[in-house]
Design a protein around this ligand. Structure first.
Ligand code: NAD
Length: 250
């Protein structure tokens, strides 16, 4: 990819940190104009349109997507990346925590995509890419709520792909494994021995290291670009082999 996104306008939720920030920079480097929709847009990459947005709040999303479309002059690409984690079994979190996480991780995608669809219909190369997770299908222990939210993202991706394929709007998702982002950094910092925890985490990855945010961003850019023009309703794993390899290397 060189200038695949010349003239493209993209919005990236959760674009001020981690995978979202790497995606913003990648899309910009490929020629796109990008708006970052984030709770804390202050960290948005230079040159991006920074819009404060809480994807769990319908009015905030409507206003933010309108502002982004106005300032960019349309929307061709939506990257639904904002998401939060949750630990524990189904007994660990009360109903209100389930609602809070599902509001962000699932309904956030619904709201942003719904608000963007009228703009995407006017694009000649429209794509939505959702940030899912290997948690959608892995059966991870102590991640009931997070896994359920990402399972919903996977099904939603397929359903949206079916609904909008005839309109020329492609919908795909990426399934990252363990990615070296501020989120994972915060989890490691909370451990008794962060350095030892990081080494143990790396050792659990089939390819022996954490996935980089840039690697996930490159996959998102591919799925958002005309290079994947006949690809819709798929998930692309970016996980060092976690999902695909039945037999782990020794
Ligand atoms: P991160 O915490 O570094 O960044 C998340 C961004 O989302 C932040 O800028 C935050 O302000 C924003 N955000 C949070 N709640 C929001 C809301 N309600 N409205 C708008 N913005 C909001 O996280 P990350 O690791 O880059 O994760 C990004 C996405 O990748 C998430 O959907 C996450 O589930 C997914 N993911 C991450 C990993 C990983 O290992 N880091 C693995 C698989 C999937």
């Amino acid at each position: 990819m060189t200038r695949e996104f010349a003239g493209f306008k993209a919005i990236v939720t959760g674009g001020a940190s981690g995978i979202g920030d790497a995606t913003v920079r990648r899309l910009q480097s490929l020629g796109a104009s990008v708006a970052v929709l984030d709770l804390n847009p202050a960290g948005a990459a230079e040159g991006a349109v920074a819009v404060r947005c809480d994807v769990s709040d319908g009015a905030s999303v409507t206003e933010a997507v309108r502002a982004a479309a106005d300032r960019l002059g349309g929307i061709d690409v939506v990257v639904n990346n904002a998401g939060i984690g949750a630990r524990g079994t189904i007994e660990a979190n009360p109903d209100e925590e389930w609602r809070r996480v599902l509001e962000i991780n699932v309904l956030g995608i619904v709201r942003v995509s719904r608000a963007a669809l009228p703009h995407l219909r006017r694009s000649s190369s429209a794509a939505i890419v959702n940030t899912c997770s290997i948690a959608a299908t892995a059966g991870l222990p102590e991640r009931a709520l997070y896994s359920a939210s990402k399972g919903a993202v996977l099904s939603l991706t397929l359903a949206m792909a079916a609904d909008h394929v005839r309109e020329g709007i492609r919908v795909n998702c990426v399934n990252p494994g363990t990615v070296d982002t501020p989120w994972v950094g915060r989890l490691l910092d909370a451990a008794a021995d962060p350095a030892a925890e990081r080494s143990a985490l790396k050792a659990r990855q089939p390819h022996g290291r954490l996935v980089s945010a840039e690697e996930v961003a490159a996959a998102i850019a591919y799925l958002a670009s005309p290079l994947s023009g006949s690809t819709t309703g798929t998930s692309l794993a970016v996980d060092g082999g976690m999902q695909g390899l039945r037999v782990r290397p020794p």
